[in-house]
Design a protein around this ligand. Structure first.
Ligand code: PMP
Ligand code: GLN
Length: 440
């Protein structure tokens, strides 16, 4: 197994794909050290920014550091830290859904399923969204199953972007977005959202949209902010999409993970958005089974026809047994989805109370598996240095939120995943008390 050094940037995980490094890597060149990159965290990883390959590779991927999630999880494994970095629950997920998958492996079909997904799953997706979001999709023409939301995002960007098209991105943004946009030839136009509300403004949208805008990539609820956009935000964004004739790629993987009686409203339900939206969901988040890469894409037939072409040459299909189990799961009674939210909200509250009692400033979490703290009170705010101290000295892995910004990084916010057992959260709180003692 190859073991390279793996670093991550003090400024941004996106640094490696900046326009200043748009050149082909030289064969045999030493590891790229990029402007502003601080190799504080050296973890053994199978991928990373180690020796360059002996042949020229595309610089967008060649010069990217390893994702922050992999780096922090790797570090937590190596040091025995409590891992509240990468977002995954530490319970095994609903047993009935896992049993369905096991049964489907033993007794079901294990050859290629239909390219668009098992008919039973496409029908279940359609039924599910009719019930929960009052959206009416034709399962034959408007629903496609992909290998996770990640494939759906990659496919949508490849299918849509012509080199030179502008794509509006909201930062903080999920780490896969920017490299995929750039690799497809898109030019990112950023809307920078700031804590604690991470709200949209008309001025920011007016600066980002223009005549070359092809699409907007919109994540709601927003990871890592843990916020849900308001109906007014959605109407405002929809009005820009209509005015500039832009397609909205909506990453709604967290649609079920919303708290305190909130309801997710899909952008697609706004006026004039049906025929210009690609809605993306993920079974991983709905069933607390993040390793199950089963995504759903819903779009009007004219768009879906092209998305299907991208899917047919990216993965073509998704394991049929997992699809069968997800079809079963989506039809579960409302109580399952309500208890998913209730249980996660309870964990959020336990962790929020623990952090607040210790003296941390918690930014309220409205959804997702995450909550953020504002570290400004710990002196000169540097989230990367803070996370380094946290994992190396105190044994808790977290994610510096500046990693989700390409420009205008916010440096005073740190993300924790609270989708954990009580014992895990309590162990983390015990260790975090050391941070406060040290700062006193
Ligand atoms: N988008 C967002 C905003 C996410 O948080 C994640 C993973 N947590 C994904 C996409 C990827 O989803 P999947 O695992 O289904 O590929
Ligand atoms: N979505 C997960 C998170 O935000 C990470 C997924 C990944 O590691 N690629 O933590």
């Amino acid at each position: 197994m190859m073991t390279d050094e793996c670093q991550f940037s003090s400024a941004s995980i996106f640094q490696g794909s900046g326009s200043d490094v748009r050149r082909h890597t030289r064969p045999g060149a030493p590891a790229a050290v990029l402007p502003g990159q601080e190799p504080w965290l050296v973890a053994k990883a199978v991928i990373g920014t180690g020796p360059q390959p002996t042949t020229a590779m595309n610089p967008i991927f060649a010069e990217l550091p390893t994702t922050i999630f992999e780096v922090m999880s790797r570090h937590a494994r190596d040091t025995g830290a409590v891992n509240l970095g990468q977002g995954f629950p530490d319970d095994p997920g609903p047993e009935d859904v896992r049993r369905k998958a096991a049964e489907a492996v033993i007794e079901g079909w294990n050859q290629y399923p239909p390219m668009m997904g098992l008919p039973e799953l496409r029908h279940a997706v359609s039924e599910h969204y009719r019930h929960w979001q009052a959206l009416d999709f034709d399962p034959e023409a408007e629903v496609m199953i992909t290998s996770g939301a990640t494939e759906a995002l990659a496919g949508a960007l490849l299918a849509l972007i012509e080199p030179g098209d502008e794509i509006v991105l909201f930062e903080p943004m999920y780490d896969a977005y920017l490299p995929l946009v750039r690799r497809a030839g898109g030019i990112p136009r950023f809307v920078t959202l700031k804590p604690p509300r991470f709200a949209l403004t008309e001025e920011a949208l007016a600066q980002a949209f223009g005549p070359r805008t092809r699409a907007v990539l919109f994540n709601n609820p927003l990871n890592p902010a843990a916020t849900l956009f308001s109906p007014e935000d959605l109407d405002l964004l929809a009005s820009f999409c209509r005015r500039f004739d832009a397609i909205a790629i909506c990453d709604e993987v967290w649609e079920h993970v919303v708290f305190d009686g909130r309801r997710h409203q899909p952008l697609m339900s706004c006026e004039g958005m049906w025929e210009r939206t690609i809605k993306i969901g993920s079974a991983g988040k709905i069933f607390n089974l993040t390793g199950w890469k089963v995504g759903f894409v819903c779009a009007a037939p004219a768009i879906m026809r092209v998305l299907a072409k991208a899917h047919q040459f990216l993965t073509f299909t998704t394991p049929p047994n997992l699809q069968a189990a997800v079809a079963y799961g989506l039809m579960k009674e409302d109580g399952y989805f309500e208890s998913l939210r209730r249980d996660l909200a309870r964990s959020r509250d336990r962790f929020t109370t623990g952090l607040t009692d210790l003296g941390f400033d918690v930014i309220p979490s409205e959804g997702t598996y995450f909550l953020n703290i504002d570290i400004a009170r710990f002196g000169d705010a540097d989230d990367v240095a803070f996370c380094r101290r946290l994992v190396l000295e105190h044994g808790v892995a977290a994610i510096p939120v500046s990693a989700f910004y390409a420009e205008g990084a916010v440096k005073n916010v740190v993300r924790f995943c609270f989708a954990k057992r009580d014992e895990t959260l309590d162990a983390a709180l015990e260790r975090l008390s050391g941070v406060v003692r040290q700062a006193a």
